[in-house]
Design a protein around this ligand. Structure first.
Ligand SMILES: CC(C)(COP(=O)(O)OP(=O)(O)OC[C@H]1O[C@@H](n2cnc3c(N)ncnc32)[C@H](O)[C@@H]1OP(=O)(O)O)[C@@H](O)C(=O)NCCC(=O)NCCS
Length: 242
């Protein structure tokens, strides 16, 4: 953990150098920020979208994580934040059309509970996921519905008391993959497999998407949260700021 982010100016002043072999990950504790400080970074459309989010906690998550990523991108590109325009892929993944020293900036956002994650790299698609563990979750029915046959078998081989943890590990790893490739759930969650083994912290996702090898990395685990990042770079250097 090289930096500590606990006020808005740290998003502006963060000195980081992007590279195709490095991913920068920012963990945001929403409790440490006031969403009013981030509203000025949002476009009119984003403000309208925020205003439609009825659950206050979710509205704050959206405003802070959106505002933070836009501010980061504007700092990197040395542009005013209102010049950073988000476009959306067919399945809704936000991207920008700006180049950074002739490289494409790839980024992804995730939020759950009190925390958000932003991941940024160059040229290689990236997906990130954070998930708060719900101890009442019915992981049997969710895994039956969403996991691949390999994953279901792997889960059932585990001791019962280890299954919920393995389920969540699988969940964030799977989500980070479908977010990296940008299809979201449309790709089919049962069409690819991740390892549910805690010790495989650099996994290859079993998928033929774009004929590439996709690598899934665990980021950090804390206070009932699980996190993962997927990209097609093997042994990527991950710099985490929190
Ligand atoms: C986008 C998606 C992939 C993840 O949504 P999610 O887990 O609810 O939310 P996250 O907080 O992790 O991610 C939301 C962010 O992803 C980004 N996003 C949206 N669509 C995306 C896509 N197709 N690909 C990648 N990123 C996307 C956006 O930046 C969004 O943040 P925003 O609120 O600032 O717009 C969505 O397709 C989804 O609904 N997944 C279903 C989850 C599920 O049932 N999983 C079961 C696993 S066992």
């Amino acid at each position: 953990m090289r930096n500590s982010i606990n006020n808005t100016t740290q998003f502006y002043n963060n000195n980081f150098s992007l590279s195709t072999k490095r991913a920068h990950v920012f963990l945001i504790n929403f409790d440490l920020f006031n969403s009013n400080d981030f509203k000025e970074f949002l476009s009119n459309d984003e403000i309208k979208r925020a205003n439609k989010i009825k659950i206050v906690e979710k509205r704050h998550q959206f405003i802070i994580s959106r505002g933070a990523v836009k501010k980061l991108l504007s700092t990197l590109l040395r542009k005013e934040v209102d010049q950073i325009e988000f476009l959306y892929s067919q399945h809704g993944k936000p991207f920008i059309n700006e180049k950074y020293h002739n490289h494409v900036i790839e980024f992804n956002i995730s939020h759950s509970g009190k925390y958000g994650l932003i991941a940024i790299t160059l040229d290689n698609k990236i997906g990130v996921d954070i998930q708060k563990i719900d101890h009442n979750v019915n992981y049997n029915s969710l895994s039956a519905r969403f996991f691949s046959d390999n994953e279901k078998n792997e889960l059932m081989k585990l001791d019962k008391n280890k299954r919920k943890d393995a389920f969540y590990l699988g969940w964030v790893r799977k989500e980070s993959f479908i977010k990296a490739i940008g299809t979201g759930v449309a790709y089919g969650l049962d069409r690819f497999s991740v390892s549910l083994n805690k010790n495989d912290n650099t996994n290859i996702v079993i998928s033929d998407f774009e004929n590439k090898k996709w690598h899934c990395y665990d980021l950090m685990e804390f206070n009932n949260y699980k996190t993962a990042l997927t990209t097609c770079v093997n042994k990527i250097d991950i710099v985490i700021s929190q």
